[in-house]
Design a protein around this ligand. Structure first.
Ligand code: GDP
Ligand code: MG
Length: 302
């Protein structure tokens, strides 16, 4: 399957819902005040966020005036261009440190552990040696889940006793990573504690301890966001961004979401690149974020 069909399939819920209505709206009519009102409502409904929606509408109205457009289908390709221009092309991931330490954060259920498994499979496939740290010590099941993935993928997992200090687990994982000469250490973290405040304080501590285990670590901090949680995820994202130095986002469950527009809101509000996207539950369903294929996917109705 080529990359565009892969994304079209993964985004079919989103394209059938909100964006499908946009495609219909721009199908065959004269541009009237109602076109603009409907387009605005649909973009907001698709979770683009008010500011991004407003700026896209302003640009399309300006173009309509200068180009003298009268038919709504004339807006289509400009809408595509405007959407694309609001997505950041993901930077190449640097693995220049040995080990390169990646801290993976996000709320419970967002897909951290599954994503770490998918990334392990990807990185291992690229010939990199991977080691995992199970620093979500708040839930015993979380450690088991990572261990099961580690066994399946033949990747070493460093874990502590239940309820042990997550910072200590992260520290041990990095030391083991150095001793075993691995290329990548990924540290899974808790997504829920007694309070949000406790969670953020704990993450800051893990972040600091990681820096003690290896200077300049973590080299990447990736925030996993669940696309089905819509605008709500943005509030969470801000807390994480304030607590630790998040360098990129992984947007999961785009396949289960009808609100793929979240991607635009994330980039506008957080100014962080989306590095990978989850288009399903299988390991190969985690794919590098491709802005062109993404925009094509949300605007293609079958
Ligand atoms: N459909 C779909 N499900 C996903 C995706 N990523 C994760 N999941 C599912 O989301 C659930 C929670 O994932 P988990 O990794 O345990 O989340 P964590 O609590 O953040 O570690 C699991 O059932 C995963 O299979 C995705 O991209 N698409
Ligand atoms: Mg987990």
């Amino acid at each position: 399957m080529n990359i565009f069909s892969r994304w079209r399939e993964g985004l079919s819920r989103t394209s059938k819902a909100s964006f499908g209505q946009i495609v219909t709206l721009l199908g065959q009519s004269e541009i009237t005040e109602e076109t603009w009102d409907d387009l605005e409502a649909l973009l907001i409904q698709a979770d683009l966020g008010v500011e991004t929606t407003t700026s896209i509408l302003e640009e399309l109205k300006r173009l309509t005036q200068t180009e003298g457009w009268i038919r709504s289908e004339q807006l289509s390709s400009s809408l595509k261009t405007e959407l694309r221009s609001r997505l950041i092309s993901p930077p190449e991931i640097s693995f220049s440190n040995k080990p390169t330490v990646i801290l993976v954060v996000g709320v419970n259920g967002s897909g951290k552990t599954t994503t770490i498994a998918k990334l392990s499979s990807k990185f291992t496939g690229e010939g990199r040696k991977v080691l995992l740290g199970a620093a979500d010590t708040f839930r015993a099941a979380a450690v088991d889940q990572l261990q099961v993935w580690g066994d399946r993928l033949s990747v070493k997992v460093i874990a502590g006793a239940p309820e042990s200090d997550p910072g200590a687990v992260a520290f041990n994982a990095i030391q083991a990573g150095i001793a075993n000469e691995v290329d990548v250490v990924m540290v899974d973290t808790a997504g829920r504690l007694h309070t949000r405040f406790n969670l953020m304080e704990e993450l800051k501590k893990v972040n600091r301890v990681v820096g003690k285990a290896m200077p300049d670590a973590p080299h990447h901090v990736w925030l996993v966001l669940d696309a089905t949680t819509g605008q709500n995820a943005l509030h969470q994202a801000r807390s994480f961004k304030d607590a630790v130095n998040v360098s990129g986002v992984i947007l999961t469950k785009l396949d289960s979401s009808a609100r793929g527009g979240m991607a635009f809101a994330i980039q506008h509000e957080l100014n962080l690149p989306i590095l990978f996207a989850g288009l399903g539950e299988k390991p190969e369903d985690l794919t590098p974020f491709d802005p062109d294929a993404f925009v094509d996917g949300i605007l293609t109705t079958k």
